[in-house]
Design a protein around this ligand. Structure first.
Ligand code: NAD
Length: 453
């Protein structure tokens, strides 16, 4: 099938590459000329395991092309995926300007029937707005081409995006019941047929329910994280090991083990903005989503927990003190630092007067870019971008771990102890066992692990 993907970011590039891998003829459009040039020169703008190989293979086979040519992109695909960003607006609602611009571009150029698939995460009712924006352009031109707007939210996880796309738990497709809607559904069924070979994974529904499903999923996952973080903070007070509790409750199949990890708070481009956007939608309908308000408030507080633990241990004035930070990306296997808890930690330690040395296995370039935006010149001068994890340690009072990269899970503790000024570890992801750390001679501060002995 001939497919166009509008927006070549995390979701668009992975969607395009994976659909090409299945044999489709894919046209990826972006407004960012630099990104398109990089892709056309064989580069990949994001770190995502396996993606480079899939893109290279399909470029070589002539199944995927990258361009900024809007007219050509509209002419190419019978199915047009919109996968542009939906960042939070000032009031927390999803900013739909990129989605609607993409819709208008299709309306300006289309000649025959098109299926417009909304893959971006968008509030309930956006399908109607996409339809209206596109129709307005058609009317302006006096053109009369048929189209249907479908919702097909994306559930991939950054860091495992290719794997998730290729082996989805479920595919959600919302379409309307008009003749065009049925035609669109038939095309979507054909496109996704390779994923449904072993068993049917597609859930068919109306457009609004599909749009809502994406927010409900992210809100549920964020809720589980904030719930455990809130309990972890209590566990710290009452001498309970939250990790033991996690095992104890996760074994109940009604609860399950996923997303029960206490830590330094959730970040990334999705949970924070999607929780906010759902709350905002509710407010527009005069409903207050009390649980989600609490989820967000708990998370905002949780991002400060590691820094607070450092200040509690070393005092409010950290001038002249140096700290090592491991992990900057908001989670492992990605270089994405959007809303990453590490940014908050760096800010807290610098505000208290400290200097820091930071390291992340893949997010160093992104960290330099992002921290240059977060910090002024004087603050930035107090950040050293280290060449390796071990290179952060010299002269540091303590090591603070923020991201649970595999490479941090079994470090050389003797070397760490020898390099640090004091053998103190703050572990924002509960990578280690408190008793093992204490036997190894470390003062260990996890999240929710201050067991009374
Ligand atoms: P991104 O910022 O990485 O990429 C968006 C791309 O769209 C950018 O390259 C931008 O230049 C391009 N763009 C903007 N306007 C355009 C236009 N009119 N025409 C062509 N290109 C245009 O965003 P992302 O992380 O891929 O997210 C895209 C959407 O998918 C968002 O709604 C997000 O919430 C959702 N989503 C993201 C993830 C994730 O893990 N990142 C997962 C599921 C859903």
């Amino acid at each position: 099938m001939k497919i166009t993907i509008i927006g070549t970011g995390y979701v668009g590039l992975v969607t395009g590459a994976c659909l090409a891998e299945l044999g489709n003829d894919v046209f990826c459009l972006d407004v960012d000329q630099k990104k398109i040039d990089l892709l056309n020169n064989g580069g990949i703008p994001i770190h995502e395991p396996g993606l480079e190989e899939v893109v290279a293979r399909n470029r070589a086979a002539g199944r995927i092309q990258f361009s900024t040519d809007v007219a050509a992109s509209v002419a190419h695909g019978e199915v047009q995926f919109i996968a542009v960003g939906t960042p939070p607006d000032e009031d927390g609602s999803a900013d739909l300007q990129y989605v609607l611009a993409a819709a208008r571009n299709i309306g300006k150029h289309m000649t025959g029937f098109k299926v417009i698939v909304d893959k971006s995460t968008v509030p309930v009712g956006t399908g109607d707005r996409v339809k209206a924006a596109l129709q307005e352009e058609l009317t302006k031109r006096g053109a009369d081409a048929g189209f249907s707007v479908v919702s097909n939210p994306e559930f991939l996880k950054e860091g495992a995006a290719v794997e998730d796309f290729m082996r989805p738990d479920r595919i959600v497709i919302g379409h309307d019941s008009t003749a065009e809607g049925q035609q669109a559904a038939a095309l979507m069924k054909k496109l996704y047929a390779p994923f449904n070979r072993n068993h049917e994974r597609t859930f068919w529904m109306d457009v609004r329910s599909a749009e809502f499903t994406k927010y409900a999923a992210n809100a549920m996952l964020a809720t589980r994280i904030s719930f455990m973080n809130e309990l972890a903070n209590l566990a710290d007070r009452v001498g309970v090991d939250i990790e033991a509790v996690r095992h104890g409750i996760g074994s109940d199949p009604r609860i399950g083990h996923s997303f029960l990890y206490a830590g330094a708070g959730y970040g990334g481009s999705c949970f924070p903005k999607d929780v906010q956007a759902l709350e905002r939608t509710a407010r527009q309908y005069e409903q207050d989503l009390l649980i989600l308000r609490a989820v967000e408030a708990v998370n905002d507080k949780q991002k400060l927990v590691l820094g607070r633990k450092v200040v509690q241990r070393f005092g409010a004035d950290l001038a002249g003190k140096h700290f090592a930070i491991w992990g900057l990306a908001f989670k492992p296997n990605t270089d994405d630092m959007r809303e990453a808890p590490a940014r908050m930690l760096v800010r807290q330690l610098l505000d208290a007067g400290a200097t820091v040395a930071v390291y992340d296995p893949v997010a160093m370039a992104e960290a330099q870019r992002v921290l240059a935006l977060d910090l002024n010149a004087e603050e930035l001068a107090r950040v050293r971008f280290a060449a390796s994890a071990m290179d952060t340690l010299d002269g540091a009072e303590a090591l603070v771990i923020v991201t649970e990269w595999k490479a941090f899970r079994a470090p050389d503790f003797d070397k760490i102890k020898a390099s640090l000024k004091q053998a103190v570890i703050f572990d924002g992801r509960n990578l280690f066992e408190p008793d093992v750390m204490s036997q190894a001679g470390f003062e260990y501060h996890g999240i929710g692990r201050s067991i009374l002995t």
